[in-house]
Design a protein around this ligand. Structure first.
Ligand code: ADP
Ligand code: GLC
Length: 478
């Protein structure tokens, strides 16, 4: 079976969050199920150097936004179809925003072009390679199922995966004609979302299957609190909606062979984490002699992640003798809050503002616990990395966090299966309460290590989820 993945990010080429990790890791897992994937990605500046190694396999004169060619190239074990349309994608800044952080004004054309190129590959193939399934990810790829249905052809079938419903791709109705979409579909049962064109909404209406990245989030988005206005649309499509948990790339994230660590370790040599903690202290100015628990945060700094509440709970960590190392970037106010904390509590709090893949690995390798107090979390990957590194996740009970971390309650501790700490109240007092539980557990070294070992035993790879995707594809192509 052949699957065309369509996405706006893919590790290790271009990443702003977990979407990239999933798109980059899933194809290898699916190949174990006999599925051959190609990934259609925009040729952003970071991908431009690959173009000269590849072959042009298609060109289009009439994409939204004009001309584009497709270049097929293999890199890092992945087969990529790069949409080379320099007028749309070869620009500085991040994939969705300009260097000042504002959305690119032509994002509808940029991602309309991506979706239309995907539909053309789906319908006509490239050089005889014709996908059975086109699998689109998030709003940026969400017009793909629409263009496929607009063609009137029954195949290929489409899957749309929601990684985060907070990002919906909403544009004024005037863009409809620029995108070559059917005007008579501009109504609430098809493309219209409250007077606008909704990319994600449209994809949800036309995809043959919808998935999201954890079973709990699949239920949550049917409710007004989590559905962010799309709960009604999803309710109407509930029979084709499912939740498939993300896995992680257990090769890239392996504490015994991770090149970013000062020292590798496994479940029998947890003491070696100390060398990694020393590396964190060196980088962030934390007191290297401290022996309370070291907490880390590796995150986009946004409301979603509950880090405003955590910022208020920082004094509690320090008062109880803990340390905190933060790596993140995002909202200016949150960046400032953690920089301020690192100055106020010098030696106990360290903050690195920015994006640093290697330091993210070192933090997992040297911290005792990772804090993820999200208000919503479709899946979350950093708790999975934490489990794999024996860095116990302290997580809010929501979405994929609730599905992957086993709380250290009495029963789970007695059964030796607790892998972290789960709490309900995302507020500074809720966080302080769960931190108290963490400090109490940390004082009992034997039990802490027992939890670390249970965490490291947990299956966090892609095997089971790849099987579920394969079954979904199979069901569609029968
Ligand atoms: P989301 O996709 O909502 O941001 P996830 O937990 O699914 O959340 O994925 C976040 C990914 O981005 C993880 O791989 C995490 O390690 C990485 N990450 C987040 N912030 C940073 C940062 N500042 N530096 C390096 N990696 C980061
Ligand atoms: C989104 C979500 C995150 C999820 C990731 C990958 O960015 O916020 O929870 O893990 O996508 O699916």
């Amino acid at each position: 079976m052949k699957v065309l993945m369509v996405a706006s990010e893919c590790t290790p080429f271009i990443k702003t969050g977990g979407l990239a990790d999933v798109v980059g890791a899933l194809p290898a897992a699916l190949s174990g199920q006999g599925i051959e994937c190609r990934i259609l990605l925009p040729a952003y500046p970071s991908l431009q150097p690959l173009l000269s190694d590849g072959n042009q396999v298609a060109q289009f004169d009439d994409l939204p936004g004009g001309y584009g060619q497709l270049v097929l190239v293999s890199s890092q074990g992945l087969d990529l179809l790069l949409l080379d349309a320099p007028q749309l994608f070869d620009r500085p800044g991040l994939p969705y925003t300009d260097p000042n952080g504002a959305d690119w004004p032509d994002n509808h054309l940029r991602f309309g072009a991506l979706a239309q190129a995907a539909a053309r590959v789906g319908l006509d193939g490239v050089e005889g390679w014709i996908p059975d399934i086109v699998h689109a990810h998030d709003w940026q790829a969400s017009l793909t199922p629409v263009y496929l249905k607009q063609s009137g052809q029954a195949v290929p079938k489409s899957v749309l995966t929601i990684h985060n419903i907070a990002f919906q791709g909403r544009f004024g109705p005037h863009v409809l004609s620029e995108l070559g979409l059917r005007g008579d579909w501009f109504h609430p049962e098809a493309l219209e979302f409250h007077g606008d064109l909704g990319f994600l909404k449209s994809g949800l209406m036309f995809a043959d299957r919808i998935s999201t990245v954890s079973p709990t989030y699949a239920r949550e988005i049917l409710t007004p609190h989590y559905g962010m206005g799309l709960e009604g649309v999803l309710k109407s499509r509930e029979s084709i909606l499912s939740g498939i948990l993300n896995g992680i790339d257990t090769g890239t994230w392996d504490p015994s062979s991770d090149p970013a660590l000062n020292r590798g370790y496994n479940a029998r040599s947890l003491g070696r984490k100390a060398d990694n903690r020393a590396g964190i202290a060196e980088r962030t100015g934390l007191d290297p002699e401290a022996n309370g628990p070291l907490f880390c945060v590796i995150s986009r700094l946004t409301e979603q992640k509950g880090l405003d509440a955590l910022a208020d709970a920082v004094p509690h960590i320090v008062n109880r003798g803990g340390q905190l190392a933060v790596l993140g970037s995002g909202q200016a106010g949150l960046e400032q809050a953690f920089v301020d904390a690192s100055q106020r509590f010098a030696g106990a709090v360290g903050a690195v503002i920015g994006y640093d893949e290697a330091f993210a690995h070192l933090l997992q390798g040297g911290s005792d616990a990772i804090l993820i107090p999200s208000r919503f979390e479709p899946c979350g990957l950093t708790q999975l990395y934490g489990l794999r590194y024996g860095t116990l996740p302290v997580v809010a009970r929501t979405g994929g966090l609730a599905d992957t971390v086993i709380d250290a309650n009495v029963a789970a501790l007695n059964e030796e299966c607790a892998t972290g700490f789960v709490f309900d109240d995302v507020s500074s007092s809720g966080i302080e309460a769960v931190l108290d539980r963490v400090f109490d557990r940390f004082a009992d070294k034997k039990r802490w290590q027992m939890m670390q070992r249970a965490a490291m035993r947990q299956h966090v790879g892609w095997d089971q989820s790849a099987l579920e995707y394969a079954q979904m594809y199979q069901g569609l192509s029968e």
